[in-house]
Write a protein that binds this ligand. Structure first.
Ligand code: SF4
Length: 362
């Protein structure tokens, strides 16, 4: 039942804390209520949401944080998203591709360190045809039957998705970036449509992938209405994974001089997503850690329960720059241990097992 503004609030409570409670109880709010929460919550209200979200994560996952091994295997992209450093229009980007053997080498390195989820991410690179991707997935599946394979390779279409799934891929990440068509059109060139992306997300779910959607916070032209629509989309789609990070500009894009997204608002939205979808796999993103020192740990404390660490070859990592100042250095074992220690400092334990969504755990 939506809270009416006229209802008396208990001492110490506010309209925002009541909306937070209602979101946690029902998994959704009316559009206007979401806008009111996004625009009206004070720092104390956000802290209330953070504590509730951390408790919800604790209830479903304990103090465990799943760590995934990320392999950025190509920075070629046929798309031209205006915010992205590896968009095809960026003639300055130094491009690279990893072949199947190099990708398998990354998996081997990660496996030896205990990683049991590999996230294969790239731009939309047609060099990796459906057959090539199927071959890569099949080889990883055969070599590592105990590992989860996540793909994040963009809009491919139902037939390709089905073949990837049949070859052994378990999960697919495809952030929708904004759920408002007019806003989508301001972030992407003509020819890229939100409807295509949403259709892909529906197909992925239907096929049986653990599916991830997500959006940027603070992207150019974004309003509270847009963010409320993003949350409503998640409430309807009920994805297994949600990726939320602050918009960060890249100097070789049309949005290079735009301000970065607000970190505290991003953390608040992470908490709201945890309350809406209590069992969701929710990464504390690299972008959050780039935007603020300690940002990834704050993301975990706000309700996130996943971290992705980069297993890509060190000499290629610096070329996969979706935004400026991305942290790319560090040897994998050293990074893994550093993350383990930083999680322990805030009372969490790093786990490297498959970490499936509770509703589909095998
Ligand atoms: S956001 Fe993804 S699809 Fe868009 S240009 Fe960048 S890599 Fe390509």
């Amino acid at each position: 039942m939506p809270l009416r503004q006229t209802e008396p609030l208990a001492p110490g409570r506010t309209r925002s804390t009541d909306l937070v409670d209602e979101l946690a109880a029902n998994g959704r709010l009316a559009h206007d209520e979401l806008v009111a929460l996004i625009t009206g919550a004070t720092q104390a209200d956000r802290e209330y949401a953070r504590r509730r979200a951390a408790a919800a994560a604790q209830e479903h996952f304990g103090n465990r944080v799943f760590v995934r091994g990320l392999i950025e295997f190509s920075n070629h992209c046929r798309q031209d998203c205006l915010y992205c450093g590896i968009r095809k229009g960026n003639r300055e980007a130094e491009r690279y591709r990893l072949d199947a053997d190099q990708i398998l080498d990354c998996c081997a390195q990660g496996y030896a360190l205990g990683y049991r989820t590999f996230v294969l991410q790239s731009g939309e690179d047609a060099w990796y045809t459906t057959d090539v991707v199927v071959d890569i997935v099949s080889r990883i599946r055969a070599a590592y039957p105990d590992c989860a394979i996540t793909l994040s390779i963009g809009e491919r279409g139902r037939e390709a998705y089905q073949r990837f799934f049949d070859a052994g891929a378990d999960r697919y990440l495809l952030r929708h970036e904004t759920a408002t068509p007019e806003h989508y059109a301001r972030l992407h060139p003509a020819g890229q449509a939100l409807s295509t992306r949403l259709e892909c997300l529906r197909e992925l779910k239907e096929i049986g992938f653990q599916t991830g959607a997500g959006f940027m916070v603070g992207s150019p032209f974004q309003t509270p209405d847009h963010l409320a629509a993003d949350l409503e989309l998640l409430a309807d789609l009920r994805p297994h994974m949600v990726g939320i990070g602050p918009f960060l500009p890249h100097h070789q894009t049309p949005f290079g001089d735009r301000p970065a997204g607000d970190v505290d608002l991003t953390l608040f939205l992470l908490s709201l997503v945890r309350l809406m979808l209590p069992t969701v796999l929710l990464p504390s993103t690299t972008a959050l850690g780039t935007a603020r020192a300690g940002g990834r740990e704050q993301g975990i404390q706000a309700g996130a329960n996943v971290l992705m660490l980069n297993l890509s070859p060190q000499d290629q990592r610096a070329k996969y720059l979706l935004y400026d100042n991305k942290a790319v250095t560090g040897e994998v074992a050293e990074m893994t241990h550093a993350v383990q220690r930083s999680l322990e400092r805030i009372g969490y334990t790093m786990v490297v097992d498959r970490g499936d969504h509770p509703e589909v755990a095998r």
